[in-house]
Design a protein around this ligand. Sequence first.
Ligand code: AMP
Length: 397
Amino acid sequence: MKVLVINCGSSSLKYQLIDSDTEAVIAKGLCERIGIDGKLTHQTMGKDKYTVDAAMPDHNAAVKFVLDALLDTDKGAIASLSEIDAVGHRIVHGGEKFANSVVITDEVMAAIEECNDLAPLHNPANLIGIRACQAHMPGVPMVAVFDTAFHQTMPDKAYTYAIPYEYYENYKIRRYGFHGTSHSFVSKRLAELIGRDIKDTKLIVCHLGNGSSITAVDGGKSVDTSMGLTPLAGLPMGTRSGDIDPAILEFIAGKEGKSVEEITTILNKKSGVSGLSGVSSDFRDLDAGMKDGNDRCRLALDVFCYSVKKYIGAYAAAMGDLDAIAFTAGIGENNPYVRRVSTMDLSFMGIDIDETKNEIRGEEQKISTDASKVQVWVVPTNEELAIARETVELVTK
Ligand code: AMP
């Protein structure tokens, strides 16, 4: 089967066409600046990658450009739209309604819409993407894969905030967690790599990218995760603060005369390692800055790694044991320094990193010593492939 995977942001659309039999990427690309002007970058594997300016007033227009790029006789990948057997959509927030991926129906669309206020920047864009695909590919089965679904197995003690209970009852304010597709994909692979049935494993997945989250996976189920009601919680990230004392909001508001909205924007866009270092949200720049003696780059890296380490300790305690840890996503896969410092001095927990193996970048590899009780692995994530697999499973049922 050929599955088109669509990931719609508010002004962007990422896509991959995947052959589900071989799991190979046939073509992939990105539409940017939708609603502003518009730019398409496309590559069919084995052909040249290209970028064109393309007027994209809305997501409908963007989807049309994507399909035209796929159909292009010269640089495209398919001869007819009928070759696309199914479309898998990444949906950010499924609230408590979706614990699994689902085939998209009118009822599903309505239920996703009801989750809009939990992810006001993302869910409306996801819905627009679905409608645009339905308009251009009527009759093609479509599947919604939720970032939050994998974490719906968390027990109430892990997802409940200690605020008046009515806020949960009235507004569903609770921990949801994100990056679920990645945590699910990587935990399954990690269990395979350590040669164990996932049902008998206690794993920690560290998804460290521009957005970062860590999940405790017990018996294949998410039992706790670092992001919360929104993806602002947990670890410090590229530009997001992660967890802070909530009283800081009122303190800054008083000092700088800013509104809650303005401060929330600062916590989302100007904080994290970018705000700390004053240099960049990109860990490559922080590594370079630290090597050049920039102490705030050193501090940003230290704060990040210390937070990762604390989650590893906390989640091992939460599960009562630990078999293996996976590092994944841009930083987890490519940053030996972060992996080393985050797991430093954890021999007492049975975690020992092999410094030479830890130099690996972007490849699946065990990075713990053979004597390490807890195996530590780099496991590249592949959210698009995970979405394609879910899509095939549901449409062929
Ligand atoms: P992501 O959001 O998963 O794309 O991750 C972005 C982060 O991963 C950035 O901070 C980059 O520094 C880091 N990253 C991504 N690719 C590489 C690479 N090839 N080498 C070093 N760091 C990388």
